[in-house]
Design a protein around this ligand. Structure first.
Ligand SMILES: Nc1nc2[nH]cc(C(=O)O)c2c(=O)[nH]1
Ligand code: SF4
Ligand SMILES: [Mg+2]
Length: 251
C-alpha cells in the first residue's frame, strides 16, 4: 500500500486524539494513505497528491511558483503484512485510515482490516473519505465507521468529480456513515442544506466543521458556525488537533 510520510521513508502512522467529528477526543492510531482523486484548494495534506508532475492548483501556490511535492520523497510503500504487524504492535485498537483518499486503495485496505480483526476482533476501524467512492467487498463489510466529507464549491473541484449523488445516497442509507462538511463562509449553509436534502442525509448524522489550518482561522469561524449549527439542527465539530498541535504532520 502507498502511504504518506512524516519524514522521508517514515510512514505517517501516529497515535493521537481524533480531532474531528463524531469520535472527536478518542485516542486513535492514524494511518495516512497517499493519493487523492480530489484536489481541494485548502487541503491540509496536499503532500498526498500535489506532486511535481501535476497541474493542480492550491492556495499555498505563489503566483510564479506552485507549491509542488516530490512523489518519491513524499510516499513510501508497505505490504499488507508489514502494516498488520506494525498496527498490532501499537497500544490502541481504534484505527483511522485517512489520506488523501484511502478508498483508492480499498482492496488492500479490506485485506489489512480482515487480518487485524482476525487477530483481535476488538479493532474498531474508522475511515476518512471524501464521499466520491463506494466501499466494496471486504472494505464495505469490515469498516465500522465512515467519516464522509463531501466537498462544496469552495473546494475548487469541478462538480462532476466532487459530487457523486448515488454514492452519497449510499452513505446516507448506511447508519455507519456520518457526514463532516467543511465550511468557509456563512453563505455555504445554503449549499449544505441543498446537499443534505438531495442526498437524504439525516441532520443528526451531519457535522459542520470550520475550514482552517491555524487556531486563529478556526477561531474566526467557530462562533458563527456554532450558531448556524444550532439554528439548522446540525452537529458542530472543531479541529481539536489544530488547537493542540497546529498544522503538523503526524499529529
Ligand atoms: N488528530 C487528528 N485528527 C484527525 N481527524 C481527521 C484527520 C485527517 O487528517 O483526516 C486528522 C488528523 O490529521 N489528526
Ligand atoms: S478530498 Fe481531502 S485529501 Fe483530497 S484534496 Fe480534498 S481535503 Fe485533501
Ligand atoms: Mg488532517
Amino acid at each position: 500500500m502507498r502511504l504518506a510520510v512524516t519524514d522521508p521513508g517514515v510512514p505517517e502512522i501516529f497515535h493521537s486524539l481524533q480531532g474531528e467529528g463524531v469520535s472527536a477526543g478518542k485516542p486513535s492510531v492514524f494511518v495516512r494513505l497517499s493519493q487523492c482523486n480530489l484536489h481541494c484548494v485548502w487541503c491540509d495534506t496536499a503532500y498526498t497528491w500535489n506532486f511535481q508532475d501535476t497541474e493542480f492548483q492550491h492556495r499555498d501556490d505563489a503566483p510564479s511558483a506552485p507549491r509542488k511535492y516530490d512523489r518519491a520523497q513524499e510516499t513510501v510503500d508497505r505490504t499488507v503484512e508489514e502494516l498488520t504487524a506494525h498496527l498490532l504492535a501499537l497500544p490502541c485498537r481504534r484505527i483511522i485510515f485517512t489520506g488523501g483518499e484511502p478508498l483508492l486503495q480499498q482492496r488492500e485496505l479490506g485485506e489489512l482490516i480482515q487480518r487485524l480483526k482476525e487477530v483481535d476482533p476488538s479493532f474498531y476501524i474508522e475511515i476518512e473519505t471524501n464521499g466520491t467512492i463506494k466501499p466494496l467487498g471486504l472494505a464495505a463489510e469490515l469498516i465500522d465507521q465512515f467519516n464522509v466529507s463531501p466537498k462544496l464549491a469552495h473546494s475548487g473541484n469541478d462538480l462532476a468529480i466532487r459530487f457523486k449523488l448515488e454514492t452519497l445516497r449510499f452513505y446516507a442509507n448506511d447508519a455507519r456513515a456520518n457526514f463532516k462538511i467543511v465550511i468557509e463562509t456563512p453563505s455555504d449553509l445554503e449549499e449544505v442544506k441543498a446537499l443534505v436534502a438531495e442526498a437524504g442525509m439525516p441532520a443528526s448524522r451531519v457535522w459542520l466543521m470550520p475550514e482552517g489550518r491555524t487556531p486563529q482561522e478556526l477561531h474566526q469561524r467557530e462562533h458563527w458556525l456554532a450558531e448556524a449549527c444550532l439554528k439548522a439542527g446540525y452537529n458542530f465539530t472543531g479541529r481539536l488537533h489544530i488547537h493542540l498541535y497546529g498544522d503538523t504532520r503526524g499529529t
